[in-house]
Write a protein that binds this ligand. Sequence first.
Ligand code: XMP
Length: 517
Amino acid sequence: PVLVVDFGAQYAQLIARRVREAGLYSELIPSTAQAVDFAAREPAAIVLSGGPSSVYADGAPRLDPAVFGLGVPMFGICYGFQVMATHLGGEVAHTDRREYGSTPMTVTRPGRLLAEQPAEQTVWMSHGDSVARAPEGFEVLASTPDTPVAAFECDAQRMAGVQWHPEVLHSAHGQRVLENFLYEVAGLEADWTSESVIDEQVARIRARVGDAQVICGLSGGVDSAVAAALVQKAVGDQLTCVFVDHGLLRKDERRQVEEDYVAATGVRLVTVDARETFLGALAGVSDPEAKRKIIGREFIRSFEGAAADLVAESREGAGEPIEFLVQGTLYPDVVESGGGTGTANIKSHHNVGGLPEDLQFQLVEPLRTLFKDEVRQIGRELGLPEVIVARQPFPGPGLAIRIVGAVSEERLAVLREADAIARAELTAAGLDDEIWQCPVVLLADVRSVGVQGDGRTYGHPIVLRPVSSEDAMTADWTRVPFDVLARISNRITNEVDEVNRVVLDVTSKPPGTIEWE
Ligand code: XMP
């Protein structure tokens, strides 16, 4: 892999994703790892990420100096650029000038790293210290008004670095810089494609599962759908999928799983119709956390019940027992629960809502090394329906946490209609890429006066909450064009009984969360 060294800022995962987009497999490694740990992972190249520190600060993350002696091509970004300069005999200076944000940069000598790029470009900077002198044998390639050494490279050692952040979209030619490092400086060849991932995962799943039976919980979301499709491709009929319909899904989602997904994959599917159970348990409950607890508990019961039935069936039958459970754990979950060292497995259990110990399945997690965009790409490659592959994030507790107030069948029906209209119009307007997700919320306990036709109405408001985000940790409200908002509003107030008002949420996160509950 290309190893991306994590110096503790949020940039490392983004860099790892960009390396994948460039066509090479990448993994994160903590900056505290020793040179032997690096060597054990047989890196094709090492990328030092940005970090929050000054190289002079007490406790600033360092790198085992022996890493520089491994003979592996290296690329330093921002803090990583300065770490590189310091270790290789250059000089980093404390300056009073802080560069932050979009900065004009001049290519003074393109070298390999900045080959075939505009001489003047805008890059994204965020640093206080600067490299004052490049190490021996390194050529300086670029400068900014405040930073004379903004990029350097050394052909002989296959090393290069930049002071700016090529991984962020604000750096106009950033991806090209990264690719130039990987292909021109390091001399690597692209080999990471969805086909190669599928082939490798299918082979691994077969080797791991053998003749045993496997079950997988489908949520209707992209992760479980792609994980199951990979397992299906690997072991076919040994897989059974369980889909719990808790009655809190959006319009058409059950059909998309039961018909479209099954048609595309040929997977054996058991649907548990638990709608009445969930609605009964939720009756009269308005508190958001109470709703979540009830839904979590009922979900485990339903899934566990179905799994236990399947286990019993397989014991009675002549076939092999169910030994494996598929989970759609992604690489960011793995990194967050154990620093990407591949050991910790804490968070993955939460993905199925904490299955009880006595079911004792071994986990199959075919998406453990993948980022979300890659999962979508693989889903497309496997021929999954676009409605599932392109689906925006949707919370496990579903529409229950988008009804402010108690959940009932009638209220769900109102929200389902309004949500379907909003989604259809946003999609028709071509806004799906710009919008991370758009919760549609029913303020069930609020009434407002309206006039429709000739009469006075006393109905409920619907809130539109379109947000743009990279990872749901922070978000901004999406500037949806007024004419699209007007169409959504007209259609919802005309077509959905009970709703006489549509309002737009214009709050970023923080301070507002994405969901209303
Ligand atoms: P918030 O509302 O915290 O949401 O800004 C961040 C992301 O998480 C999703 N979300 C949930 N997902 N169970 C889930 O599986 C939940 O209880 C839950 N609450 C929020 C939300 O849709 C957004 O993508």
